[in-house]
Design a protein around this ligand. Structure first.
Ligand code: GLU
Length: 475
């Protein structure tokens, strides 16, 4: 049988990294087996729908190069792929369950349910619908519907026994039926709930592996009961461990800062984000950590997914991202850094900026990080660092080196890196100084600090005028 996985997001806001990781794992599983990857939009909860969320989903998958074989934009044989466009499909199955006695109409109004919820809260027990309408006869229910009442349809979960299922990550899962709620399958407005639609759609779309967050582990027994009652074959379940923040809290849409788009806009590369996310909760057999998408496809084995919550660690993401940044062409490097520089410092000359970002390429862990690394090239004034000042005070050659360098550099006509190198060498030769005595003295004089990119590049980028200004501060 052809492997078919699906990513089934709800368009309720930004795509956070936990969500994207689910998308990636599903993609890898299908592609590892030359299978199909399906995008299904789960928008049955219309109230939670957010404008623009759909486009964010499409754009994210595209940027991450996870090509969808079937979905709202590309179509496919099992469409439509947006649940709100499939509303005519679900009632038939709900009706079948009602007719079989595996579901029932429920007329309990919101007031009654609010009361039940309060009661559960007071008794400190989880809320479970009490089955008030469970025993209404079909005739009674139909009579009430004929008079205009609008019921929901609830699943009739057996009160005895257990449901057992296997999850590829969590192993054997056992649940007692009496703790499972008679969940709503169809709402009174004609929409299915997610809990119902996911079962129907996974079946109709011939999904073989259901890959989703572990928050669905406890609802899955109810889905399995539905599969059985409807005579559908169950899929293989792969529930993924939570992604948590540094405090151990589940990452969610509330954590706006960890949405894919925000990371992307900060100059994290989609390939690096995908690479990092796969390492969140999954371990390859080797110690390799940097993987291209095609390497991931061949290496990925869902059996190596760890059950423990996976901690989202921005430092590790930066480390992975830095690897990818080092391989960027100059044009691409410019593209992910320039907008941040321009935002901070205004319009900049392209040739000069290219030189700037090139020398920082190996130090950069994300695009926006360029701003912090390059401040000395923009700030009008700078403070000489304490350790730099101490160096100058304790070095008897510094004053001569700086003075001669100053004299020579102001006379330099051709402002090019190799010319600047010549000036530095001439100073060294003339005064018979080399190493730190030469380079550090000049570096401090021009930049105020003891660290930074290559000295000739630093001088070139600072420009003659700024160097002149800066040297005046130390002499
Ligand atoms: N629409 C669900 C969500 O966004 C997907 C759950 C599933 O994959 O079955 O959480």
């Amino acid at each position: 049988m052809k492997v078919r996985t699906r990513f089934a997001p709800s368009p309720t806001g930004k795509m956070h990294v936990g969500n994207l990781r689910t998308a990636v794992f599903g993609y890898l599983i299908s592609k590892k087996h030359q299978g199909d990857y399906i995008l299904r939009i789960e928008d049955t909860d219309q109230e939670r729908k957010v404008e623009g969320a759909l486009e964010l989903i499409y754009d994210t998958l595209k940027l991450c190069q996870m090509t969808v074989d079937e979905g709202p934009l590309v179509g496919g044989s099992y469409g439509p792929y947006i649940q709100s466009e499939r509303l005519s499909i679900y009632p038939k199955y709900a009706k079948q369950l009602v007719d079989q006695g595996d579901a029932y109409y429920c007329f309990c109004d919101e007031n009654r349910l609010v009361g039940l919820r309060k009661e559960a809260e007071n008794n400190k027990v989880p809320f479970l619908y009490d089955g008030f309408c469970r025993h209404l006869s079909k005739e009674e229910a139909e009579k009430r519907i004929a008079t205009g009442e609008k019921p929901v349809i609830r699943q009739k979960v057996p009160k005895e026994g257990t449901v057992v299922y296997d999850d590829l990550v969590y192993g054997k899962m056992t649940f007692q039926n009496n703790l499972l709620e008679d969940q709503i399958l169809m709402k009174s407005n004609g929409y299915p709930t997610y809990n119902f639609a996911n079962v129907i759609d996974d079946h109709l779309m011939k999904i073989t592996h259901v890959v989703r967050g572990n928050e669905y582990l406890t609802a899955t027994p109810k889905y399995n009961l539905l599969y059985e009652k409807l005579g559908f074959e169950k899929p293989i379940y792969i529930h993924l461990p939570m992604v948590v923040d540094e405090k151990g809290k589940r990452l969610g849409k509330r954590h706006g800062s960890v949405s894919f788009m925000e990371l992307y806009q900060q100059g994290y590369l989609p390939e690096a984000i995908v690479n990092y996310l796969v390492l969140l909760g999954w371990k390859p057999e080797s110690t390799q950590e940097i993987f291209s998408l095609s390497e991931l496809i061949s290496e990925f084995d869902p059996k190596r997914i760890n059950k423990a919550p996976a901690k989202y660690d921005i430092k590790k993401l930066q480390w992975v991202n830095a690897h990818y940044i080092k391989k960027l062409s100059l044009e691409d490097l410019f593209a992910i850094t320039y907008p941040h520089l321009e935002k901070e410092y205004g319009k900049l000359d392209k040739k000069w900026t290219m030189h700037l970002v090139k020398i920082f390429q190996k130090h950069l862990s994300y695009g926006a990080g360029i701003v912090g690394l390059t401040r000395i090239f923009f700030h009008e004034s700078y403070e000489i660092e304490k350790e730099a000042l101490e160096f100058l005070e304790n070095n008897d050659k510094s004053a001569d080196v700086i003075n001669l360098f100053w004299e020579k550099i102001l006379k330099l006509d051709k402002w090019e890196v190799n010319e600047i190198v010549n000036v530095i060498n001439e100073v060294g030769k003339a005064l018979n100084v080399k190493g730190k005595d030469l380079f550090m003295s000049i570096r401090i004089a021009v930049s105020g600090g003891m660290h930074g990119p290559e000295l000739p590049d630093t001088i070139y980028l600072l420009g003659k005028e700024k160097i002149n200004e800066n040297i005046k501060k130390v002499i």
